[in-house]
Design a protein around this ligand. Structure first.
Ligand code: SF4
Length: 221
């Protein structure tokens, strides 16, 4: 692997360092409910509808599939061409973090408009933390003109809000978080974190059965 963290692993690590470690070293232990799978599908459908507003968009994932390590170089080749271009799932790598941007539109002067698509009806802090990480990575690779979160207006349409300046001010905190998370990923043993309220916020952790079983065996509950 050419990277240690992704956007999903960073968000997992903000919730719980143990969940991050499990995501990297024992992902097969994850269990998702039918409701979580339904929400994933809904999110993909909403994102597909937004991408359809860029009819000339080039889907990087269609060319590379699961060869994630190849995304940054392929994206760079497409962005280095002349003129404007729109890309879906464009890959960027910086500070051992690889992110895939939902939609990137490159202007003729090389600057980028980035769109991160979220299917929820409200703009949550988790959405912003997720997008701020992408801003951190991409801004160290290319010049960003605008960085927007696109979310659901409640009727299936799109609300677009721009956050470049807010995200730029979060870079130092993000760099600190990344450094701590890289230590977790590289550690040889699972962090000793007891389940609690954090297991359900902001998402229901998919490792609850694993951690709860460990606590039961130790007689903790
Ligand atoms: S169940 Fe709780 S303690 Fe265990 S990995 Fe998930 S968030 Fe962390």
């Amino acid at each position: 692997m050419s990277y240690l963290l992704s956007k999903s692993k960073y968000i997992r690590g903000l919730q719980c360092r143990r969940a991050l470690w499990l995501d990297v070293h024992s992902p097969r232990l994850a269990r998702y409910s039918a409701e979580q799978m339904r929400l994933f599908d809904h999110g993909r459908s909403f994102e597909y509808n937004f991408k359809a507003t860029f009819p000339d968009g080039i889907d990087v994932s269609a060319a590379l599939g699961r060869d994630i390590n190849a995304y940054p170089a392929h994206t760079a080749t497409l962005l280095d061409g002349d003129g404007e271009v729109s890309l879906f799932e464009a890959g960027f790598l910086y500070d051992d973090v690889l992110v895939l941007a939902d939609v990137v539109h490159k202007h003729a002067d090389g600057q980028l408009d980035i769109y991160e698509v979220k299917s929820g009806n409200t703009l949550s802090d988790t959405y912003k933390r997720d997008a701020a990480l992408q801003h951190y990575v991409i801004s160290h690779c290319r010049k960003i003109a605008t960085f927007s979160i696109v979310y659901n207006d409640g009727l299936g349409g799109f609300v677009t809000e721009e956050f470049s300046e807010e995200f730029r001010s979060a870079h130092d905190e993000i760099a600190t978080n990344i450094a701590a998370m890289k230590d977790v990923v590289l550690a040889g043993t699972e962090p000793d974190i007891t389940p609690g309220g954090h297991c359900l916020t902001p998402y229901a952790c998919p490792y609850q059965h694993h951690c709860n079983e460990g606590c039961r065996q130790l007689g903790l509950f």
